[in-house]
Write a protein that binds this ligand. Sequence first.
Ligand code: FPP
Ligand code: MG
Length: 264
Amino acid sequence: MVSQLISRCWSWVGEQASSKLQDALLAIISAGPVPRHVAFVMDGNRRYARSKKKMVKEGHSDGFLALKRVLAICFRLNVKCVSTYGFAIDNFKRSPEEVEALMDLIEEKLLEICQHGDLLEQYGVRLNIVGNTALFPERVRVAARKAEDISRHNDKSILNLCMPYASSDEMATAVQSAVNKGLAAEDDITVEDIDSQLMTTLGRSPPLDLLIRTSGVKRLSDFLLWQCCENTQLQFSPTYWPDFGLWDIVPMLLDYQRKAWASA
Ligand code: FPP
Ligand code: MG
């Protein structure tokens, strides 16, 4: 009984110390240059699930917990905008069971983050669903619209959940929209015309400073290809997304700061 109490006290002290250490670390990092826009390719959910003998859908729901954890870190650091690859158009080719489980998860979590005191309200985040939402089932479209509407007046930071998304689809849609709106002067479509019609531009995202992919895979997989500009830094982590956290992202942010100072 007494030993249980002591062990609980120790773990409480440990948690408090670790939370204070985190606060201090984030405060130090936020005193230097912080990327305005960070994007994540959240890869490795199924390999994580396999390695832990969990079901695939548990890998994805643990992936959502990691997303909340990482968003809290970014917004506490005053990162203005975070973009994440929530569901690639290509992911519709996965087994019907996995697609269905992902649709359930996305619907459930979109409704969850709309709730009073949850992420969007806590950090003043405006949510943009960036992608071809017509491909979603109606129930997910409704949840997505609700989450966007509820956060429309938040102006502290931006979260772009890219789903169902492919960069090539986003660019083709932007070109079509530039043509439909008659933006092309003398039949020429300019880079600026296309840029103005991208969903990230319409959602007022700043230039992409840092793109991070987890799980040891080094590909862009049709994600934010237009937005990856001259100054976008790429970082790859061997950690599976559901395990990704503070100790993975801190060295990347320090490296970002080192390069920002070197080029200043
Ligand atoms: C990639 O890992 C991850 C996905 C295809 C889904 C990501 C979704 C979440 C983290 C939850 C999203 C919820 C919301 C509301 C956005 P993988 O399946 O490719 O895993 P593998 O690379 O190990 O096969
Ligand atoms: Mg993968």
